[in-house]
Structure formats: C-alpha cells, structure tokens
Design a protein around this ligand. Structure first.
Ligand SMILES: [Zn+2]
Length: 406
C-alpha cells in the first residue's frame, strides 16, 4: 500500500488552480447589502413576520424542518446528524480515543455550534477554517494536523469534517441570522453572499484571471471567489438563476473536491485510515435571538459526501440509513454537548432546539441565567480609576511595547 488516495477513489471535476488574481478594491466587501432581500411585513413587535412563515409556525419544530428541507432536501437536525455519524464511524473503528477530527468550517463564530458537537466526540479539532470554508492551508497545513493523530493499534486515524454554512432564520429568511447583543439581522455566509453579488454584477469570466496571484490584502476571499467562479463556469451555471442556496451548494462541491485533492497529496493510506463527511451547516436561529420569548433556535446539516477509507479501501456511507436515536437519547446528548445541564431542550422529536442560554453563552459570551447582557459599571474606588484612557500622554511607567531594546 503506497502513498496516495484510496483505491477506487473518485475525484470531482476540477477546473483550474487554487490561486486567484488581483481584484478591484471594494470587490471584497462582505456586508448585508449583498443578501437578496425578501418581502418583510412590518409588525409592532421586534420579530418581523416574513411572508410564508407565521409566528406560530416558527414555534413548530417540524414546520421549521420542512422549510429547511425545501432548500436542502438532505438536511438532518444537527444532533440527529452528529449521533448517526458517530454510530456509523464507530462501526468502522473511528472513535474519539483513536482518531483526530480535522474540521473545515467558515470563520464565522456561529459555526461553533457544529464545532462543539464534533469536539464532544473527538476532543479538540485541528482547524483549517477559512472565509466561506475556503481551504487555504495547503498540503503542509493538512499534514500538520495529521501528524497530531493518536496512534492506537498501529495506524493514525483522521476524520475530516468540511461544511460551508448558510443561515435560514426561524421566519424562513434565507441568509439572515440574528446575533447576540446586536440589533437587526446579520448575514451568513457573508463571504458567499459577497461572491454571489460580485458574480451577478461582473459575471464569472472576470473572476477567472491568470493563476498564481491572489489579493494579498484579502487572500482568503480572493481565493474563494476564483475557486467558485471556476467551478460555476465549468458547470455552466446561469448567474441570473443563482441564489444564496445555490452558491452555498456550489461551495460545498468546490471545497469538497479541494479537500479531496489535499487528502490525496497528504494522506499515506499505508499508515492511516480516514473518513470524510461534507455538507452544509444551516443556522435556523430565532429571527431575534435577543428576544426572551421568541421561537427556538435550531441547527441543521445538509448531508454531502460521507465515506470511510480503511486500508486503502473506500466505503461510501449513507447516514440517512443509520437509525436515529430515540428523542430521550438525543436530548441527553444535545444537553451534554451544549453545556446546558440546567436547561434541557424541549423537543420530543429528533429535531432538538438549542437552549437559548447555551446559544447566548457560547456565541455571545453572555453569562447568567437570564441570558440578558449585564451593564458594566465602574465603581469610583475600584481598580478602574487607575486605568488610563487618555493615550495622548502615556503614564511615565507604562511599558512601551514597540521599544526595540525593551
Ligand atoms: Zn461564513
């Protein structure tokens, strides 16, 4: 058995190098303006009722799952997906004790909800995260993680998880996510939204310039843009038809083939077994997470490629065929992995909500049972009186961080 990919491995169509060309300044802007806007009916409360999804429907977890499946038919609730994946992997000998998890997600802090679930099985991940989930770590970067794998029974074992992400909020708004202690809607994935806006405005050819050059001030976004543009041009996609769901699915295909190319270069199957799970992470959070009595926040995963490679032999897995755990078992796992021992998710189905306190604490850093931000006051006689806020005239004894001979 030699260095290289598994026997019978399949490489997706690949359309060019992983580098990009210089782009116009401003082409890299990531903001909410690039998210396609759906009609919104103004209401008096803080959660706007969008067309198609009433407030009552937003509290119905099965209704919420139906909305997600309209966009992503292979979506599973996060805890359901992760428990089936763990069962399937254990069947092929991959456990937290003998494997390292290699996670490739977007840099967005909201992606921690999936990362936490992976780490609840495998311990701390080796991360290759990039904007939009773009892979820029290269072969050496991947190899660095592989070299940290446990060796139990003579072989290293790696489990690759690769998921670009998208938000579809509780009201069904595609691209919208509410963030702790930030008023209004934000976007996810901002990097993919930005690419979508640029592709629609400028077309794909403009983004497929000479290989070998990327924007040094925006290396990740410019590489992501070029990789996606080449893929979409290769697939002959009509830019007029492309939406955020479509570009996110294209990102999943592109990043998966990039990951498989890196695995081919980095993994020695005579010394290691590995598994690959790809897909799209879907944040189905409350349209206003800062509201106490709003609808629950959910997470889903749209299942992509899933396989194990043991002794160089690849076996494809269908996690939808792995039986779900019972709701009670899922609740226990969901509660333990979200760190919300005092507050159990309320669902009696495979769709489990994220306890609001856990979401606010994990993503927003908010502490306390109410999950409400606490105003910080400065006591007049506390240590804060010594903190200098006028930096025009630094304290004479203050350390000077840029002194060359300090
Ligand atoms: Zn993102």
């Amino acid at each position: 058995m030699g260095v290289g990919p598994c026997k019978g491995s399949v490489t997706l169509a690949h359309d060019g190098p992983t580098t990009s060309s210089n782009q116009d300044a401003g082409a890299n802007k990531i903001d909410d303006k690039t998210v396609p806007q759906n009609p919104i009916l103004p209401t008096s409360n803080s959660v706007p009722i969008r067309l198609g999804q009433t407030e009552m429907q937003q509290h119905d977890l099965q209704e919420r799952a139906k909305v997600i499946k309209k966009h992503f038919p292979k979506a599973l609730a996060l805890d359901d997906f992760i428990s089936r994946t763990e069962v399937a992997l254990a069947g092929y000998g991959f456990t937290g004790e003998n494997s390292i998890a290699m996670s490739n997600l977007c840099r967005d802090e909201s992606c921690i909800m999936l990362e936490d679930k992976i780490e609840s099985i495998f311990g701390s991940c080796f991360s290759t995260h990039g904007l939009g989930g773009v892979l820029t770590c290269g072969v050496v970067g991947i190899k660095a993680g592989l070299s940290h794998s446990p060796i139990v029974g003579g072989k290293e074992q790696y489990v690759f998880f690769s998921f670009p992400h998208i938000a579809i909020d509780s009201a069904g708004e595609v691209g919208k996510i509410s963030r702790p202690n930030r008023p209004g809607a934000s976007s996810a994935c901002g990097a993919l939204s930005a690419c979508l806006g640029i592709f629609k405005a400028e077309g794909l050819d403009a983004q497929c310039k000479g290989p070998g050059v990327h924007d040094p001030l925006d290396p990740e976004l410019s590489i992501l843009r070029q990789r996606l543009a080449r893929r979409l041009r290769h697939e002959k996609k009509d830019m007029k038809e492309l939406d955020l769901v479509g570009i996110t699915q294209a990102a999943e295909r592109t990043i998966t083939s990039d990951l498989e190319q890196l695995i081919e270069k980095a993994v020695d199957t005579s010394k290691a077994n590995y598994a690959v799970f790809t897909g799209v992470q879907i944040h189905n959070w409350a349209a206003d997470v800062n509201k106490d009595d709003g609808p629950p926040s959910l997470e889903f995963v749209s299942v992509g490629k899933s396989y194990v490679c043991i002794n160089g032999e690849r076996t494809y897995l269908d996690v939808s065929m792995v039986p779900s755990l019972a709701p009670r078992q899922l609740r226990l796992l969901a509660t333990a992995s979200s760190g919300a021992a005092e507050e159990q998710p309320s669902s009696n189905s495979v769709v489990q909500d994220i306890p609001r306190s856990a979401l606010m604490r994990r993503v927003g850093g908010v502490t306390g049972r109410s999950a409400e931000p606490v105003a910080v006051s400065k006591p007049a006689d506390g240590w804060q009186q010594f903190v200098k806020t006028d930096f025009q005239d630094a304290h004479p004894n203050a350390p000077k961080m840029d002194d060359k001979d300090a």
